[in-house]
Design a protein around this ligand. Structure first.
Ligand SMILES: Nc1ncnc2c1ncn2[C@@H]1O[C@H](COP(=O)(O)OP(=O)(O)OP(=O)(O)O)[C@@H](O)[C@H]1O
Length: 361
């Protein structure tokens, strides 16, 4: 549904600043109906990439195709028409303050020349879809952040798009509103068969809704794939961001990092170390979650006992398919998101996390 081939966007030098290759040779494919994420640190080119998908920015070179149509081959009029099949949702909603919720949703329909009766019918359906039928007459200033984003989503859906681009759509929202907006995006994806490309620096958002993701650094895709595949590769750069390893500083004893997957559950590791080998094991940090219907997690164990026995046990566990390794302070990569703190060794609630996977946000 979305195909980017070797896309570059270079912003020219200005006011003494050097030129910037904001997007630098990105090749990317998002299948119809997929919920795909783009993550990366600030300045890595995420927003530019989103704007390239609907040609709000024309690429310096490369090819952009959406729904089989090569947008980069079209003139400006053709791009404007094609853009109707791509809805966009922004971090700060971009609503017209002077218009009501209904008026905002109606706006793109007016621009598209849709007749009044049909517009009114469509606006009512859309406000109903996003759960705001009773707020149609409210102005943006009278709505909460989550409600404003719902209006923005309704507006983005007005022209029956096939693709929804969400640029940091939940970054200005509190956790409860974030959950509500993500639930809505998931529901409209399913009900309308949309393809969603979600740009975010919040890893919890990606874990909660995405089927696949790419990691962007300095305008380049450095890692990516289906979330379930990526998370099963603990040393993949994207996995390290999505499910940060618990920090190991300030712990005594030997530290063992365990990557939990459906096929490598933590129970066997704990049984082997504590039960069979009689080593003292304490869960020092970490979490286990359900992502795309499967269990994933990172745990840090503090192990006390004979060093030789521990090495032998780790080897035996690895031979049996468990993902275990000794952890060294400072060997975990820094997380991207300022709002997305990595699990720390100081977390007191390890037993709850072990017992209660499945709360991704
Ligand atoms: N219109 C522009 N003119 C010049 N440089 C730009 C322009 N837009 C973006 N850039 C530069 O391109 C790079 C990528 O910016 P972009 O906004 O795409 O990154 P981002 O990953 O979305 O960042 P953030 O998460 O902070 O929003 C940055 O170095 C930025 O300064």
């Amino acid at each position: 549904m979305i195909e980017l081939s070797d896309v570059r966007k270079v912003f020219p030098a200005r006011r003494g600043a050097a030129e910037v290759a904001a997007v630098d040779g990105v090749t990317l494919s998002v299948a119809a109906g997929e919920f795909a994420g783009v993550v990366g640190p600030s300045g890595s080119g995420k927003s530019t990439l989103a704007r390239l998908v609907n040609l709000l920015e024309r690429p310096t070179s490369g090819r952009v195709a959406v729904d089989g149509q090569v947008l980069t081959d079209l003139d400006d009029d053709g791009v404007r028409r094609a853009r109707r099949s791509v809805g966009m949702v922004f971090q700060h909603f971009n609503l017209l303050d002077s218009r009501t919720a209904a008026g905002n949703v109606e706006h793109p329909l007016e621009l598209a020349g849709v007749g009044r009766v049909e517009r009114r019918r469509r606006v009512a359906d859309l406000l109903d879809l996003v759960g705001l039928a009773d707020r149609h007459a409210s102005r943006p200033a009278q709505l909460s952040g989550g409600q404003k984003q719902r209006v923005a989503i309704a507006r983005a859906l007005a022209a029956h798009p096939k693709v929804l681009l969400c640029d940091e759509a939940t970054s200005a929202l509190d956790p409860a509103s974030t959950t509500g907006v993500l639930d809505l995006l998931r529901r409209v994806r399913a009900e309308l068969g949309l393809t969603v490309l979600l740009i975010t620096h919040e890893m919890a958002v990606v874990r909660a809704v995405c089927d696949s993701a790419v990691l962007l650094e300095s305008g380049r895709v450095v890692d990516g794939g289906r979330l379930t595949d990526v998370l099963a590769r603990p040393h993949s750069p994207l996995a390290a961001q999505l499910l940060p390893a618990p920090a190991v500083a300030g712990r005594d004893g030997d530290l063992v990092r365990v990557t939990v997957t459906d096929s490598a559950p933590e129970g066997r590791v704990l049984r082997t170390l504590a039960g069979e080998l009689g080593l003292d094991v304490e869960v020092a940090g970490g979490s286990v979650e359900t992502v795309a219907g499967r269990r994933f997690g990172r745990l840090l164990l503090s192990v006390t006992g004979d060093d030789g026995r521990l090495d032998a046990a780790l080897q035996r566990l690895r031979d049996g398919g468990s993902l275990v390794e000794r952890a060294v302070p400072g060997d975990e990569p820094p997380a991207i998101g300022a709002h997305d703190e990595p699990a720390t060794a100081e977390q007191p609630s390890a037993p709850r996390l072990l017992d209660a996977p499945g709360v991704p946000l």
